[in-house]
Design a binder for this molecule. Structure first.
Ligand code: NCD
Ligand code: ZN
Length: 353
């Protein structure tokens, strides 16, 4: 086979994933565990995953649903609140259970009501995290209603992130799902303690997709997709090989009935076709050689965990790859991210593992 048509890489990890709970968890998890070795699991359940005991119980519920032939490790996070208990967090981190803490500015996104209103109130927790080198994962948007939705990331950097970095330069911080050139430039010029995840869909769509021919709730997510020149900056960062940028799919399933309403939920479910999308766009950017860095090397290096030893093979196909356009959960359906283009890369599990 022509090596240009095949690419073998270390097994990827997903550094930002929503798995939910119950029936949705069991329906969506196999799409991630089929391809990914590990994933950082977002804690925005209702109620959120706030304590080490919550995280341990949630991890068990996830582990119960991993198909027997998949080898997958959920990496747990805690949801930062103004009453997070430092001793509990330290114990969770020291035992290896808790891998990071998630900062949601209160009201920023789906299930973020218990998030942080006043960063001063969580400074002691952040100081304790810096001391034990536990990363802070930021949903990087301000919630001030006077700030335009398209500016909320840039304003978060100015009002929250940079002041926090100055106060606690030793804290490891990930700007999650970066969506703007401002975010890319900021992370690029920051210290090695700062990194960013980039989602699959923000590399493929811009804000016009949300309004093409009518309103398209399937493309509504937070942070909202920005202008196309921001997407260009994200693609450049992701495909550059720069160790500060790594994959966090932000696969965030919602039943269509919760999206197609007068106040629809934000989130895109992309676990089922993420690697096909990524291989295709790295090929388009003439950067297939950097795909492994983005999906499988930069994340582990930042989190200080070993690379995966298993490999996966991506194979160029002549006919478009197939994936479910939607998945059924009870009476509900969850739509898969539609990249509005055929995909010609499929994942083949390497039998030499
Ligand atoms: C996420 C969700 O649905 O939980 N939605 C989204 O649009 N990304 C929450 C989040 O990560 O903001
Ligand atoms: Zn998310």
């Amino acid at each position: 086979m022509d090596p240009a048509e095949n690419l073998t890489i270390r097994q990827p990890d997903d550094w930002h994933l929503h798995l939910r709970d119950g029936d949705v968890l069991s329906a969506v998890l196999p799409y991630t565990s089929a391809h990914f070795a590990r994933a950082i699991i977002m804690p925005n359940l209702v109620p959120p995953v706030r304590t080490s005991a919550d995280a341990e119980a949630y991890r068990s519920r996830i582990e119960e649903q991993i198909p027997g032939h998949h080898d997958f490790t959920p990496l747990m996070t805690l949801y930062l609140t103004e009453s997070t208990d430092i001793e509990d967090l330290k114990a969770g981190a020291e035992s290896g259970l808790v891998k990071a803490v998630k900062l949601y500015p209160a009201g920023a996104t789906t299930n973020s009501d218990s998030g942080v209103r006043d960063i001063d109130k969580v400074m002691p927790v952040l100081e304790a995290m810096a001391a034990i080198d536990l990363p802070l994962l930021c949903h990087g948007e301000v919630t001030d209603p006077s700030v335009d939705i398209f500016d909320r990331e840039a304003v978060f950097i100015e009002r929250v992130l940079e002041p926090l970095r100055k106060r606690l330069p030793e804290l490891r911080i990930v700007l999650e799902h970066v969506t703007t050139r401002d975010g890319v430039d900021y992370v690029q010029s920051a210290s090695s303690k700062q990194a960013a995840t980039i989602t699959t869909h923000h590399l493929m769509i811009d804000r016009n997709h949300i309004f093409k021919g009518g309103i398209r709730p399937d493309y509504f997510c937070l942070p909202i997709a920005k202008r196309s020149d921001h997407k260009t900056a994200l693609r450049k960062a992701a495909t550059s090989g720069n160790p500060k940028f790594f994959l966090g799919t932000d696969s965030a399933p919602h039943p269509s009935r919760d999206k197609y309403t007068s106040c629809g939920c934000a989130g895109v479910f992309n676990a089922a076709n993420t690697l096909s999308c990524l291989a295709q766009l790295f090929e388009e950017e003439d950067a297939l050689g950097h795909l492994e860095a983005f999906t499988s090397l930069n994340g582990p290096a930042f989190y200080g965990v070993p690379y995966n030893e298993n490999r996966i093979r991506l194979r160029k196909t002549e006919v478009p790859v197939t994936y479910p356009a939607e998945i059924q959960v009870g009476e509900d359906v969850i739509k898969t991210f539609d990249p509005e283009t055929d995909l010609f890369w499929e994942v083949v599990k390497d039998d030499t593992n």
